[in-house]
Ligand binder design. Structure first.
Ligand SMILES: C[S@@+](CC[C@H](N)C(=O)[O-])C[C@H]1O[C@@H](n2cnc3c(N)ncnc32)[C@H](O)[C@@H]1O
Length: 230
């Protein structure tokens, strides 16, 4: 039996994540649309709507990837700045928003620079979630909003079963056919990096966010976590 290698941690994880996204960048958008049957488009719309910020707000999109959330933010009249660790993802971005290659845990932004922040499908890629939330609290000014989109596991037993088959078996196969098999085998495994929900929400609260809330999307296969900077 093939026992998968343990998931990387620390600097090894940073290198592995960066090189994986560099390699899947050219077909990232296509694979995303196929794997989610385009539901990801609606999830990003809900993410931006949940900010409830006025037009012309500066919103930093962390782990911006190929810029989907930046485009949605612009569509809503906001002024996004996209930040990502992977040159490959940024090079394939389709957005006119300013993009910066940087680590979301060490943002090249002054305190209180943004009215809001978004982050799509990246929480499980960070090596230090509490450190990430502290950086969020530093760059988002008091009263500002954050909206964090992630994958989730449905609560309903039957949906859980179907989702398990899809996520653990089909996603690696489809990803392998259209892009890089190893990367899309890592995707379902990387969910193990996410702490239990209560810990996640408490940690966001402890970093300085009030009204912390979690909403499930599309029957619970995605989740949207929001909060307001105290
Ligand atoms: C699954 S992709 C999501 C991209 C985009 N947010 C979206 O919604 O499609 C995860 C992204 O997180 C980025 N990433 C991972 N660790 C990061 C870090 N420490 N700082 C900044 N970006 C990071 C990766 O390079 C990749 O582009």
């Amino acid at each position: 039996m093939n026992v998968p290698a343990p998931l990387p941690e620390g600097e090894e994880k940073v290198r592995a994540v960066r090189s994986m996204f560099d390699s899947i960048a050219p077909r990232y958008d296509l694979v995303n649309r196929v794997l989610t049957l385009r539901m990801d488009v609606g999830w990003r719309r809900s993410t931006v709507e949940s900010l409830h910020l006025p037009a012309d707000s500066v919103v930093v999109d962390l782990a911006a990837g190929t810029g989907d959330l930046c485009r949605e933010l612009q569509h809503r009249g906001h002024l996004p700045i996209g930040i990502d660790l992977s040159w490959g993802m940024l090079a394939h971005a389709r957005t006119s928003a300013p993009l910066v290659q940087a680590d979301a845990l060490r943002l090249p932004l002054p305190d209180g620079a943004a009215a809001g922040a978004t982050c799509g499908f990246a929480l499980r890629n960070f090596v230090d979630l509490a450190g990430f939330f502290a950086e969020l609290a530093r760059v988002v000014r008091p009263g500002g909003r954050v909206a964090l989109l992630e994958v989730a596991q449905p609560r309903h037993r039957l949906l859980q079963w179907g989702h398990g088959i899809y996520f653990d078996r089909l996603v690696p196969r489809i990803g392998g056919l259209l892009s890089d098999g190893a990367a899309y085998r890592y995707l379902p495994r990387s969910v193990a990096y996410l702490p239990p929900l209560g810990t996640l929400l408490d940690s966001l609260d402890a970093a300085g966010f009030a009204q912390v809330d979690r909403r499930l999307l599309s029957g619970g296969i995605a989740q949207l976590i929001t909060g307001t900077r105290r």
